[in-house]
Design a protein around this ligand. Structure first.
Ligand code: BQF
Length: 293
């Protein structure tokens, strides 16, 4: 039976560290760090994510603010809101909660964010810095996975890593981070996707498998090597009338059978997700320390 990479426990520890750092700054007479979020529309999952991000801010002593905009807002009006936040000196960072309504060009919105306030790490300038091993904001999910591997002392040097999925927010940055110099890192990375021929040929040989696919229970025990490390980034809402919320959260991994064969595994929920939330706070803290000294 695999050991659990416990994202709830670790994220609590990291939030505690951030909280202590914040109080030191505030005791010295500095203002608190300030994160803002733009939420367009009322998509259920997005509302929950933003609510939780705001609660996280309160828990660590950050100031937070929320800009709620209607689903029908035009791209131009949204760009205008972003311009206001870009030049707001009281803000250390802000996020635009994704996904955006279909009539808005997501790429155009991300490009409009001031890279120095882009605490989601989605702007191409931050992506480029990440790829070139320069300081910048890392996207929260890949960053959370790196911190998890580091704090659990999972060895990555020279290991064969297979990433499943090439999204701009998870798969692609994850593949870059694991192939960078350093610890965690120094891995030999294969980035697989929908056009990959014979995926299992890769996953069977991998020391570490990171799945960011969004297909519930996709990764089976027969697809992995004995003792592999499994990181599950999938969080699909699956309808379930027996649950009070009407759904359950499913990962990309068939947990019970894969856990029996793996050495380490992240659960869903309670694995990568909570780390993602904690890393938004870490990026905001980084922006704050850049700003106040
Ligand atoms: C957990 C997200 C897809 C699209 C937009 C904890 C989160 C999720 C799961 C969370 C996500 C996913 C977020 C768990 C933020 C991660 O216990 O398993 C926390 O809040 N996330 C988001 O803001 O936008 C998304 C996924």
């Amino acid at each position: 039976m695999a050991n659990i990479l416990d994202g709830i426990k670790l994220s609590k520890q990291i939030k505690q560290e951030i909280k202590e750092e914040v109080s030191k700054f505030v005791e010295k007479g500095n203002r608190a760090p300030h994160l803002s979020a733009i939420l367009v529309g009322e998509n259920g999952a997005s509302v929950t994510y933003v609510d939780n991000k705001i609660k996280d801010c309160q828990a660590v002593g950050f100031r937070s603010s929320l800009v709620r905009l209607p689903e029908t807002i035009s791209e131009e009006e949204l760009l205008n809101e972003i311009s206001k936040l870009n030049i707001d000196d009281s803000l250390d960072g802000f996020i635009v909660q994704l996904p955006l309504p279909k009539h808005i060009d997501q790429e155009k919105i991300i490009m409009a964010i001031n890279p120095d306030k882009d605490v989601d790490g989605f702007h191409p300038e931050n992506f480029g810095k990440m790829a070139l091993e320069m300081d910048g904001f890392l996207p929260a999910t890949p960053y959370g996975i790196m911190v998890m591997l580091e704090r659990y002392n999972i060895s990555t040097e020279g290991k064969d890593v297979v990433v499943i999925g090439r999204s701009r927010i998870v798969g692609k940055p994850m593949s870059i981070l694991m192939s960078r110099k350093g610890n965690p890192g120094d891995s030999t990375v294969t980035l697989t996707h929908s056009k990959t021929k014979d995926l299992v040929e890769y996953t069977k040989k991998a020391d570490i498998v990171i799945t960011a696919l969004g297909v519930p229970h996709f990764l089976k025990a027969e697809m992995i090597k004995d003792g592999a490390v499994i990181v599950d980034v999938g969080i699909t809402r699956v309808d379930d009338s027996t649950k009070e919320r009407g759904f359950y959260l499913a990962g990309d991994v068939d947990f019970s059978e894969v856990a029996a064969k793996a050495s380490w595994i992240t659960p869903v929920p309670g694995g990568v997700g909570p780390m993602t939330r904690a890393m938004l706070l870490k990026n905001t803290m980084q922006s704050y320390t850049n700003n106040i000294q």
